[in-house]
Structure formats: structure tokens, C-alpha cells
Ligand binder design. Structure first.
Ligand SMILES: Cc1c2[nH]c(c1CCC(=O)O)Cc1[nH]c(c(CCC(=O)O)c1C)Cc1[nH]c(c(CCC(=O)O)c1C)Cc1[nH]c(c(C)c1CCC(=O)O)C2
Length: 344
């Protein structure tokens, strides 16, 4: 089978595929007992990300269990700051921690050595492609510069990304340079993933929703446009999904302004608006992850509403954000079967 006929790639080329292909953001992770077992063996979370054998294993776990239409490379958006020597660590119960960066730190950042540091990720991509069923697509990814910058500036996850928003107003030159550095490194990183065997890539802008209109244009649209332009200039057939969580009405022009092939939608996007967005091209989403935790009718009804509103156009079925650790694998089985029309 050629990469072109993998269902997700067909949708990314604008086709309507029925039933729609399905995968879930954060599908490899703590909701799976087999992930928790491998994670316990690995040592640190970053050791897991940089071990091609273990990263391959955890990428394949949700494919074995659920038969999703796509695997997503197991890694993290913070491997780029890690490669930039920002002392990234993942502390139990705390989420990620980094050394917070200031303006001087930004002007001192050096990108050489980054792609070399990330070579184990490319080794994992090659191994995963070799191990996947032919019909299963492989997605690579990176964080969008704005979202990665929010962690680099605050040194941790924050409720409303206030430290990064404040820094951008107070230190506009340094902030612009940080976005430039991240855009350039991310484009190289995505090209390397595509060359190693990824069928398509997703850019995660998880915290785009806190930006005002002008800031969205400058910090969310512009850097993502730069990444996509650079990737497509070098790899004209590359397919890109852009996910700007919380962007709301600003999604109206996001596809056209960034050049993304498909746009990811969170669960707050009304389905009527989503159907409008789908007239311009493929969409991905947008089930509330809490419906997967709830199960039962809450799960079934949420799936049915999305299929009814978006199932007659180019759709990649997904959640509106990552699956959470509390989700029961039995509910994920039920989701996949229902999307495929096996228990409706
Ligand atoms: C913001 C962000 C991060 N990482 C990511 C994002 C963007 C998507 C999103 O918003 O969910 C992206 C990401 N992180 C991970 C993946 C793997 C692929 C997948 O299955 O989707 C992907 C695509 C693994 C992970 N990344 C992380 C884990 C859990 C760590 C562990 O196993 O101890 C996994 C499976 C750690 C991580 N990494 C990050 C945070 C905030 C945390 C801690 C919170 C948490 O624990 O969920 C940063």
C-alpha cells in the first residue's frame, strides 16, 4: 500500500472518507496500563522519549489495542527546549519544569546541535514506520512556537500563560527572537520527521486561546505560517495539521493564513461553525475528552453529533484535546467501534 492511500492522508488531500479515520491526541500515555509499565522501566520521561526502542513500543501500544488509523510518534513538544539546554525535567505530579528564560538568555540561544540531539527521535520514527501495519498512518509533531515559548518563559505550565503574555509586552524584541528561533528549529525538526517516515505532521498550539486578536496574528499565525512555508518549500508533498486550541472565531481565517492542510478543533467549537470551516477543507476533532471518561450515552451522543454534522465532508475523528489518564480503555474501544459504525 502506498502512503497516499492511508485514510488520513486521503482526508488531508481533501477527500471525504466514510467512516472517517480516527486517532486520539495523547493516545499513547497514562490511560494505558501497558504505558505505565513501560514508563516505570524507562527511568525518566525524557529517557523514554530518547530511547528509540521504548518510544517505538509506547507508540505502538494504542495501535495494538485499538487499531487506530494513525499512530502518533511518542515524544513531547518540550524536546526542543531540552535540545536548547533549558534543563527540562518532568517531575512526578508537577508536570514539566524548565529553567525560566529571560531576554539575555534568549539572545544567547544557539540552535546548532539541536537536530543532532534529536536524532534518537528520527531513529524512533524509522523503527515505528517499519513496525506499523501498512494501512496505519504515522504522524509526527512539534509544539507551535507560542505554546513552547509559554513553557520556556514561565519554566512550567501556567493557568493562563500570564508570564509569557507579560514578557511579550515588556520585551517585544526578545520575544520575537524566541519565536524566530523556535520556528526555524521546528521546521527543520518536522522536515527530519517526514524524511524519517512520517506521513503527516501536527503542530500543537495548545495555548493559542489566551491570545488577543493582534497577538494571535503575531504569535500564533505568523510563526506557524513560517514553519509550514518552510516545510512545504522543502517537501512539497508534506501534509500539515494545525491545532490552535481555544482560537474560536479566529479559526475562520487560520487555515488560509497558515497554509495548513487541516485544522484541529477543540470541543468548544460549535458544530455549525465547524461545518462552515469544513467547506474550506479538512477538519479534525472535536469530542470533549470528558465524554470519554464519562462513557455511556454521554460518549455515544457526542460521537453521533460530530458524525452527523461533519461526517459528510473531509473529517479526521479525534478529541478536542488530549485523552486524560482517567479514561477507561473500554470507553476508547467503544468510541472506535461507534465511529466505525459497528455499534450504532
Ligand atoms: C502542552 C503539551 C506538552 N506535550 C504535548 C503538548 C501539546 C498537546 C497538549 O496540549 O496536550 C504533546 C505531547 N505529549 C506527549 C505526546 C505523545 C504522543 C501522543 O500520544 O499524543 C504529545 C503529542 C506525551 C506525554 N507528555 C507528557 C506525558 C505524561 C508524562 C508521564 O508519563 O509521566 C506524556 C504521555 C508530559 C507533559 N508534556 C507536556 C505537559 C504539560 C506534560 C505534563 C502533563 C501530563 O502529564 O499530561 C507538554
Amino acid at each position: 500500500m502506498s502512503a497516499k492511500s492511508r485514510k488520513i492522508v486521503e482526508v488531508l488531500n481533501g477527500k471525504t472518507v466514510s467512516p472517517p479515520p480516527v486517532w486520539l491526541m495523547r493516545q499513547a500515555g497514562r490511560h494505558l496500563p501497558e504505558y505505565r509499565a513501560t514508563r516505570a522501566e524507562a527511568g525518566s520521561f525524557l529517557d523514554l522519549c530518547y530511547s528509540p526502542a521504548l518510544a517505538t513500543e509506547v507508540t505502538l501500544q494504542p495501535i495494538r489495542r485499538y487499531g487506530f488509523d494513525a499512530a502518533i510518534l511518542f515524544s513531547d513538544i518540550l524536546v526542543i527546549p531540552d535540545a536548547l539546554k533549558r534543563n527540562v525535567r518532568f517531575e512526578e505530579g508537577h508536570g514539566p519544569r524548565l529553567d525560566p528564560i529571560d531576554a539575555d538568555g534568549i539572545f544567547a540561544l544557539k540552535g546548532d546541535g539541536v537536530q543532532n540531539h534529536l536524532q534518537p527521535v528520527m531513529d524512533a520514527v524509522g523503527r515505528i514506520r517499519d513496525a506499523l501495519p501498512q494501512e496505519t498512518a504515522l504522524l509526527g509533531f512539534c509544539g507551535a512556537p507560542w505554546t513552547v515559548a509559554t513553557y520556556m518563559i514561565a519554566g512550567q505550565g501556567t493557568l493562563d500563560q500570564a508570564p509569557a503574555r507579560l514578557f511579550a509586552y515588556k520585551e517585544p524584541r526578545a520575544f520575537a527572537r524566541l519565536l524566530d528561533v523556535l520556528s526555524e528549529l521546528s521546521a527543520d525538526y518536522l522536515v527530519a520527521q517526514i524524511d524519517a517516515g512520517a506521513d503527516a505532521v501536527q503542530i500543537f498550539d495548545s495555548w493559542a486561546g489566551v491570545l488577543g486578536e493582534k497577538e494571535f496574528a503575531d504569535y500564533a499565525v505568523r510563526p506557524v505560517r513560517r514553519i509550514i512555508d518552510s516545510v512545504k518549500f522543502r517537501r512539497p508533498h508534506a501534509k500539515v495539521i494545525a491545532f490552535a486550541k481555544g482560537a474560536g472565531l479566529l479559526l475562520k481565517t487560520y487555515r488560509q493564513q497558515t497554509g495548513a492542510d487541516a485544522i484541529g478543533l477543540d470541543w468548544s467549537v460549535p458544530l455549525t461553525f465547524a461545518a462552515d470551516l469544513q467547506k474550506d477543507g479538512p477538519v479534525q476533532g472535536n469530542l470533549d475528552p470528558m465524554r470519554v471518561v464519562a462513557g455511556g450515552a454521554a460518549l455515544d451522543d457526542g460521537i453521533d453529533a460530530i458524525l452527523q454534522a461533519l461526517g459528510n465532508g473531509p473529517l479526521i475523528f479525534n478529541l478536542g484535546h488530549g485523552i486524560t489518564p482517567q479514561a477507561d480503555p473500554a470507553n476508547v474501544m467503544r468510541l472506535v467501534a461507534r465511529v466505525r459504525g459497528e455499534n450504532r
